[in-house]
Design a protein around this ligand. Sequence first.
Ligand code: SF4
Length: 274
Amino acid sequence: MSKNDPVTVTTATRTDAQCAAAVQLARDAAREVGGEFVGDPLGMRGEGERLVTHLFASTQPGYRGWHWSVTVARAPRAKVVTVSEIALLPGDGAVLAPAWLPWSERLRPGDLGVGDLIPTAPDDDRLAPSYVLSDDEGQPENDLGIGYGRVRVLSRLGRDELSDRWYDSEAGPESPMAKAAPAHCMSCGFYVALSGALGRIFGACSNAFAPDDGRIVSADHGCGAHSEALVEAVPIGIVPPVVLDDGELELVSTAAHEPGSVEDGAETEPFGHG
Ligand code: SF4
């Protein structure tokens, strides 16, 4: 063929007969990698000119639905078929790991361990720069002056999200504990309301005997340790000790009248002789 001969590009490819016949070669190659877990042939696929892929079942436990894929090739005008590639690939119905997610989307509450750090994105929309205020009149961040308070504060979106989360949690009004409670936290002496807008519906429980001690509870949550649920009565029969308050003593005369003669018509007094 001279330099100027036209070049014909063939797009349609036929399965090469010698590559297609190289099933045993492909299987032996797969067994070098997969050993006894290379199963029966599943078929073949023409990939291009003198390029064929043979497929074999995988019998390896844990790889159900996977198959061995061995691609063989032959050089132009060569009679020898060689192995190009061996891979274990998932087929339809293969058990696969979940799709990869960045760590920020995989992270779940409770994943943070001692010493771990979780970066907060600069544009996290749960936060707003404190110099634009937090949209919460109860949290006047700029009282301290720009640069002295917190750099960022909760945004309205951040407050809305946490309100939903807390209200729907076990510390909200729908938990079994709250439904069985004799009264709501709102009327409990151990309820310490939060400051700012969140204080309208949330506070902290400060009762050491309550399951939510030290946690945020909604005002309409409640539990059996409510301060007024059972007020201990003073047992009958036990008289409280008498307290003598000197400051409250009032001195009174035991005589019915000033010393001296009894006035006319007044009742005479006994002399103590019975
Ligand atoms: S003791 Fe019970 S009712 Fe009182 S604040 Fe705590 S959770 Fe609410």
